[in-house]
Structures are given as structure tokens and as C-alpha cells.
Design a protein around this ligand. Structure first.
Ligand code: NAD
Length: 471
């Protein structure tokens, strides 16, 4: 059993003032695997003060210095890819291949930020003015459990690139990942106070970040409900905010789609990260004329998907992160049945043969209406809804009829037609026919999916404030 009982403030490991011990569980067995001692408001304030002291010098570092720091951070996180993969499997339950990807992603975002910074000019002329892009000050970073290491690194990367300093409150459920990332970041040798990490609860440490007058910006990834609370709390002190929140993303299967390709695309987009993905394509919109054909094809596809032991290389869906999350998924499956949707695959309970652990059955509902709760709420588990449509116009209307706007997917035999449809979708990102992600493209959502964008130059500018000097 691992006990994590230190936080990182002003360039040193320290014992927190907070004394609460939080249990860590292995979601694949339900067993307790460790404990983390949580910091409190006093710890948050000490960390903010350290970041504030570090800011004047850090903001004066050169672009070359910061590129070098990002490269060292990248190398140090890369060197711990094995340990990080293991922590992600043990503490979060991601299937092994996904866990490896997550560990590599945590490193690659640091290299991506270095690339963005290399090409970025902090000064430009606009008419008679010289405009400089200025760092903000102290940034508060708050991360979720479904991609804790990745979001610590991607947000910190932009803070360092911009010349700001920060305090980080990782998900309290991800302390093992945080410990490994912290070891790596420490080795990269940033100045004391440039980044500080306080394990703690959202309503204590997180709330302190959202209200403290010395925090200039909060960068948050998590649920829409928490994002709303942060936005309100941050308003008194006019903090800048970047909020990356939930989604209920549509997967538009156009009537010319080749189902041999569209079905694996829909299953991958729907079940990625065991369904615990903000960008999951959970509403599958299918033309009525081909509905029966699609249902047969996706039912056959889902039958080949293994949900179970994350260490088994054949596993595509690991356990839900916690019992609470498992119960949430079960309750939505019951709700779908009560609302009159038809179960095409999966259902309540654990997959056959799985007794311990928070495993769920890959589930697909059909005959879903877009006003049902299973089509409107973010379930955050492997539960997909098939919604039939008549015309392409209707498909676009259903796709956009959601309070979210994070992501969308389009499957079509005609890429030009798919791009035309993509142009009409209200979503921060659209993926056509399984195209790979572009790491430097902006990431973020419309409507209740958040405020602001991360990654690349749009992400960097979210940490900068323009200043115009004339004369
Ligand atoms: P959550 O909102 O419960 O928690 C996220 C973080 O916020 C945690 O660190 C938590 O401790 C902290 N927190 C909780 N209450 C707080 C408060 N009052 N003030 C400040 N901080 C507080 O979300 P979660 O359950 O950890 O993560 C799942 C959610 O994250 C899903 O809704 C998912 O869609 C979303 N998500 C979004 C993205 C994206 O980029 N858009 C990516 C991953 C996850």
C-alpha cells in the first residue's frame, strides 16, 4: 500500500497542513491500494504565495529558456512512461494500450508546446502601436481523474510557455499519477515556485484557487456543474478562465457511409477511454432507410469488444473509475429502459465472468429519441444511443440540439459532403471518417462544453494578455 503524504510548494516536498487521508482504490478489483494526505486552504494559500513570488523573475525568462525547460520536462516525463502507464492502469483502470497512450500523451504535449513557442512572436505591430503579449501572473490548474497526468502536463506546458507561474490541484483520485509526473517535473529543474502541486479536494483547495485574489486565471477540466461553480466563484476577482467541460457528441452516419468503416469508427469514438471521455461520440445518428442494416452491423461489432481486466491486451473497455461512477452508469441504463429505448447490446450489471471490480457491459440503445435523458445527459460510461433521422437536414438539427458543443464525428463515403456537414455542426472539433487528431489545433467547446481553447497557438494566447504601446 502506497501512502502519498507530501505536496510540492516553492521547489520542495512538504507535509501538508491538511490532515485528511483519502483512500485510493484499484477499480479492477475494488481493493484499496493506497492513501493520499490532502492539503487544505492553508496549503493552497502557501502554494499561491510561492507562485506569486516566483512570477516576476519567471515572466522575464527568455523564449529560449522556456523552450529548453519544456524540452527537459518532455524528456523527464518520457523517461517515466513505464511507471506512469502502470499507475494509470492501477489507479484508473485504463486498458493497457490506452494507458500507454495516456503516458505518452503527457510527454508529447510538452514537446508540442515547445514547438508552438518556437513559432510564436510575442510582439507585433498594429498601425502605430506595438502590441506585446504579456503573461497573466499566477494560474490555478484543476484536473479531472479521467486524464489527470495529461491535463497536468498540457496546462502546465502552456503556463511555462507563456511566462506565468502556477498552482496545480490534481484530481484527488489520481495521486499516484501525480506523484510520478511530479518526480519528472522536479527533475526538469524549473525555478522554485514556478509550479506548485497541492493534492486536495475541490471544495477546499479548488475553491481557494477560484476565489483567491492573487490567482489571475483558472484553467479547469472537469464536469459542467463544477465549471459553472468555478465561473461564478471567479467572477468577483475577474479571473480569466479556461473551462474544458462535458459533452454529448454526435456521430453522424450519412446515408452513403460504408458500414464496414463507419461501425468501427462509431465504436471507437463511443467507447474510447472506457466511455469515460468528454469527447465520446455517444449519440449515433443513423438514416432511417439504413437503420436495420446499421443495427445488425453495430450489434455484431460490439459483440467483439471485451470489457474486463485492463491488463488483458484484448480488453478495449476497462472498469469504471469508482463505484459511484459504476452506479451512475447502471442508473442511466435503467433510465433508458424506463424511457422506452430498446437495448440492442449490453444492459445492467457486470459482463459475464466478471465478479469484482467496477466493470460494465458495453451498451447500445436504439429507438432513442433526442429528448430522452440518455440522449441529453453526459453518462460518462460505455452507453451509446442510436437515433434515427429522415433527411440530412434533420440529422444536422438533431446533432446541434444539445446543450453541449465539444466534439462531433461524421462518417461518409464522400469527404467533401462530410466537410460540408461538418461546417454546420456547432462543435469545437469535428472528425471525419476517423482522421487522426491534430495536436496543435484548438481544443475546446461551444455552449455548456466550456469557455476558451487549449493547445497550439490558440491555447497559448489563452494565457496571454495583449498590451498596446503607442508613441
Ligand atoms: P469534476 O468536475 O467532479 O472534478 C474535476 C476537478 O474539479 C477535480 O480535481 C475536483 O476535485 C475539482 N473540483 C470539484 N469541485 C470543485 C469546486 N467547487 N471548485 C474547484 N474545483 C472543484 O469532474 P470529474 O468527475 O473529475 O471528471 C469528469 C468530467 O470531466 C466529465 O464531465 C468530463 O466530461 C469532463 N472532462 C472534460 C474534458 C474536456 O476537455 N472538455 C476532458 C476530460 C474530462
Amino acid at each position: 500500500m502506497e501512502t502519498i503524504d507530501q505536496i510540492y510548494v516553492d521547489g520542495a516536498y512538504v507535509t501538508p497542513h491538511g490532515t485528511e487521508l483519502f483512500d485510493l482504490h484499484n477499480p479492477a478489483t475494488g481493493d484499496m491500494i493506497g492513501r493520499v494526505r490532502l492539503g487544505d486552504e492553508t496549503d493552497a494559500r502557501a502554494a499561491i504565495a510561492a507562485a506569486k513570488r516566483a512570477f516576476p523573475a519567471f515572466s522575464q525568462t527568455s523564449k529560449a529558456d522556456r523552450i529548453a525547460m519544456l524540452r527537459r520536462m518532455h524528456d523527464a516525463v518520457t523517461a517515466r512512461a513505464d511507471a506512469l502507464t502502470e499507475a494509470v492502469i492501477l489507479e484508473y483502470g485504463a486498458p493497457a494500450s490506452r494507458a500507454r497512450w495516456m503516458a505518452e500523451y503527457a510527454a508529447s504535449v510538452l514537446a508540442d508546446a515547445a514547438r508552438t513557442l518556437e513559432d510564436y512572436d510575442f510582439t507585433r505591430r498594429i498601425g502605430s502601436a506595438t502590441v506585446t503579449m504579456e503573461p497573466l501572473g499566477v494560474v490555478g490548474i484543476i484536473t479531472p481523474w479521467n486524464s489527470n497526468a495529461g491535463f497536468i502536463c498540457s496546462k502546465l506546458a502552456m503556463v511555462v510557455a507563456s511566462g506565468s507561474t502556477c498552482v496545480i490541484k490534481p484530481s484527488e483520485m489520481s495521486a499516484m499519477q501525480t506523484r510520478i509526473v511530479l518526480e519528472a517535473l522536479r527533475e526538469a529543474g524549473l525555478p522554485a515556485g514556478a509550479f506548485n502541486i497541492v493534492n486536495g479536494r475541490g471544495d477546499t483547495v479548488g475553491a481557494e484557487f477560484s476565489t483567491h485574489p492573487d490567482i489571475a486565471k483558472v484553467s479547469f477540466t472537469g464536469s459542467t456543474a463544477t465549471g459553472r461553480a468555478i465561473l461564478k466563484a471567479a467572477s468577483d476577482t475577474f479571473k480569466r478562465v479556461t473551462l474544458e467541460l462535458g459533452g454529448k457528441s454526435p456521430m453522424l452516419i450519412l446515408d452513403d457511409a460504408d458500414f464496414a468503416e463507419a461501425v468501427p469508427f462509431a465504436l471507437q469514438a463511443g467507447y474510447m477511454n472506457s466511455g469515460q471521455a468528454c469527447i465520446a461520440g455517444t449519440r449515433i445518428l443513423v438514416p432511417e432507410a439504413r437503420l436495420a442494416e446499421f443495427e445488425a452491423a453495430i450489434a455484431a461489432g460490439v459483440a467483439t469488444i471485451k470489457s474486463g481486466d485492463p491488463r488483458d491486451p484484448a480488453t478495449a473497455i476497462g472498469p469504471m473509475v469508482s463505484e459511484k461512477q459504476w452506479q451512475r452508469v447502471q442508473s442511466y441504463i435503467r433510465r433508458g429502459i424506463e424511457e422506452g429505448a430498446t437495448l440492442l447490446a449490453g444492459g445492467e450489471g457486470r459482463p459475464e465472468g466478471e465478479t469484482g471490480g467496477w466493470f460494465v457491459r458495453p451498451t447500445i440503445f436504439t429507438a432513442v429519441r433526442n429528448d430522452m435523458a440518455i440522449a441529453r445527459d453526459e453518462i460518462f460510461g460505455p452507453v451509446l444511443s442510436i437515433i434515427a433521422y429522415g433527411s440530412e437536414e434533420e440529422a444536422i438539427a438533431i446533432a446541434n440540439d444539445t446543450s453541449y458543443g465539444l466534439h462531433a464525428y461524421v462518417a461518409s463515403a464522400d469527404p467533401a459532403r462530410a466537410r460540408k456537414v461538418a461546417g454546420r455542426l456547432v462543435a469545437g472539433r469535428v472528425i471525419i471518417n476517423g482522421a487522426p487528431m491534430e495536436p496543435l489545433a484548438p481544443f475546446g467547446g461551444f455552449k455548456h462544453s466550456g469557455i476558451g481553447r487549449e493547445n497550439g497557438v490558440f491555447g497559448l494566447e489563452a494565457y496571454l494578455e495583449p498590451k498596446a504601446v503607442m508613441g
